[in-house]
Design a protein around this ligand. Structure first.
Ligand code: NAP
Ligand code: ZN
Ligand code: ZN
Length: 347
């Protein structure tokens, strides 16, 4: 077993503190990654504070992991020692169900092994995430990272990147499509960059007056304030696709009104409270209300390769791990431009 250092929470109300645990030895199909950076996702905060009601403690969060391969099992050809590698939200799945066979491991019918707050497929061994100095993972669930991009700024692609790329691809985003992005945070800023790179005409829909210049710099062609009722009149029937990344409860009916006939509103954010949706807003114009959950392993690799080709990374603020409690408070206040990334050297 491999002694591993981490930061942990012991309950929904306790702050992060240092923690030691053991990872499994490197098996024949495994790689050992020395973690250089780990992004801080709002899903980490939801789970740490048990807002989804599924928290298991002690919890070591972190699913935007990048680092260097330091050891490989004897059956590993995909990676060699010294390569860059990444791990996202899942570390294993059943590999045999319909979803897994289609490369939709995130929808594994037997439940994937999530990177943290979960168990390995044995349903016994707890999984611990990337707020730690190393991780052992089966080669199939590890991603190849291009050395062309700034490594710290690649980390958020492993969740925020794939979570926004997957619905844009699924709804076939192409040149000239009108895409709205709701919420300019970690996911939202990646949605703007990726949709713009696919040729869409992107509108940022934000509750923060202070984010307009940033939205435009990130690639948005227009900006609209969601706190202004005028926005919902002016943009009624405008969008082919709306990507909703808001982490708190909000009125979805207003956004359905912004869709064209047969447009789609796709929920990415996971507010703890359920939303109320009126049927009229959907039947009128045959609109779609959908959701999307990260992406499969092959699609995550496709997204990383797309970003390497286009030179797309995340806008980040690097923090030492000792600042993680403060970073959570800042994330709640919307005070992050646009993703915190932990420098794991500081652990
Ligand atoms: P984030 O960086 O905190 O961004 C969330 C954004 O939502 C904020 O920047 C803010 O944007 C907006 N917002 C927050 N509170 C609001 C409120 N009360 N009213 C209106 N707007 C509000 O979070 P994130 O890491 O991007 O994650 C966003 C959500 O997606 C979270 O719920 C997370 O759990 C979820 N998520 C889902 C998946 C998936 O696979 N579906 C993957 C990762 C994360 P403005 O200031 O621009 O309004
Ligand atoms: Zn995430
Ligand atoms: Zn499966």
């Amino acid at each position: 077993m491999l002694p591993t250092k981490a930061f942990v929470v012991q309950s929904s109300t306790s702050p992060f503190e240092p923690f030691q645990f053991k990872r499994r030895d490197v098996g024949d199909r495994d790689i050992l990654i020395k973690i250089d950076y780990c992004g801080v996702c709002h899903s980490d905060l939801h789970q740490v504070r048990n807002e989804w009601g599924n928290a298991v403690y002690p919890m070591v969060p972190g699913h935007e992991i990048v680092g260097h391969v330091v050891r490989i099992g004897k059956d590993v050809k995909k990676f060699k020692v010294g390569d860059l590698a990444g791990v996202g939200c899942l570390v294993d799945s059943c590999r045999t169900c319909e979803s897994c066979k289609q490369g939709l491991e995130q929808f594994c019918l037997k439940q994937p092994a999530w990177t943290y707050n979960s168990t390995e497929m044995d349903r016994k061994t707890p999984t611990y995430g990337g707020y730690s100095n190393q991780i052992v993972v089966d080669k199939k669930y590890a991603l190849k990272i291009s050395p062309k991009l700034e490594l710290a700024a690649v980390a958020p692609l492993l969740c925020a990147g794939i979570t926004t790329y997957s619905p844009l691809r699924h709804w076939n985003t192409k040149k000239g499509d009108r895409v709205g992005v709701v919420g300019l945070g970690g996911l939202g800023h990646m949605a703007v960059k990726l949709a713009a790179a696919m040729g869409a005409e992107v509108t940022m829909l934000s509750s923060s007056t202070s984010k307009e210049a940033d939205a435009r710099r990130l690639g948005a062609h227009a900006f609209a304030l969601t706190s202004d009722e005028e926005t919902f009149k002016r943009l009624a029937g405008h969008f082919d696709l709306i990507i909703d990344s808001v982490s708190a409860a909000h009125d979805l009916n207003k956004y359905l009104g912004l869709l064209r006939i047969e447009g789609a509103l796709v929920l990415l954010g996971v507010p703890p409270q359920p939303a109320e949706v009126g049927a009229f807003g959907l039947i009128t114009g045959r609109k779609t209300l959908s959701g999307s959950l990260i992406g499969g392993i092959a699609e995550t690799q496709e997204m990383l390769d797309f970003c390497a080709e286009k030179g797309i990374t995340s806008d980040i603020e690097i923090i030492p791990i000792q600042k993680i409690n403060e970073a959570y408070e800042r994330m709640l206040r919307g005070d992050v431009r646009y993703r915190f990334v932990i420098d794991m050297k500081t652990l």
